[in-house]
Ligand binder design. Sequence first.
Ligand SMILES: [Zn+2]
Length: 281
Amino acid sequence: MAWFKRELKGIITTTEEKKEAPDGIWNKCPNCKKPLHYSEQVENQYVCHYCGFHLRIGSKEYFSVLFDNNEFTELFADLTSGDPLHFEDTKKYTDRLKETQKKTGLKDAIRSAAGKIEGQDIVIACMDFNFIGGSMGSVVGEKIARSIDYALEHKVPFLMISKSGGARMMEAAFSLMQMAKTSAKLALLSQAKIPYISLLTDPTTGGVTASYAMLGDINIAEPGALIGFAGPRVIKETIKKDLPKGFQTAEFVQEHGFLDFIVDRREMKEKLASFIKMMKN
Ligand SMILES: [Zn+2]
């Protein structure tokens, strides 16, 4: 009966000898389900090297991918949200803000910074989806407006990286006003002939799509990004028709004329640098 007994030693590793993989070092690609090591993700600009899926990342990662040597000066870092409506749902808005700030280490759903891309000056504002779904409240709008003022004053191009579920419900009309405010500021940038590039990442929806995300001199997106205004279920119920396949993907949106380019994140920095050079001349 020896065929099913393990006679050789060392096949079963005792628990003490097992090498532990620290938490968070590995995670699974949401698309192809293959394991990705953290260092490989960083090296590959957070794109799955098996299937090309673009992992969702935040401002910290985008800044490291785009700014030369990850060197930048953060702008207006201390702006935080008030609670003008004394809003309360399952919890108080002020408590929700405090908790999210503690959990994410972020002050709100956007960070803005000045630095260089391939030696050329740029201001980048980048949204963080981790912070209340990347929702656009007063702080998001104000930081974008001030970043545009900074770009105007220093005559440097402005790059906006959008990643948002839309307006922040807890700020109601104050949130919607940000659409008009940012659009008006972008018009000033346009008058001054300073380039504005909009980069739409997964997902870009709601009031963000309906304002600054679609107002770029060049609108670009990452492959496979969800881009839309209302969600597919709402549209389906309104028009009472089935939606076409791939509806609201970056590829579909580009085919229908709303995007200029889809750029792989691994080539993003190089492409952005050449766009800036081209627009400056
Ligand atoms: Zn994959």
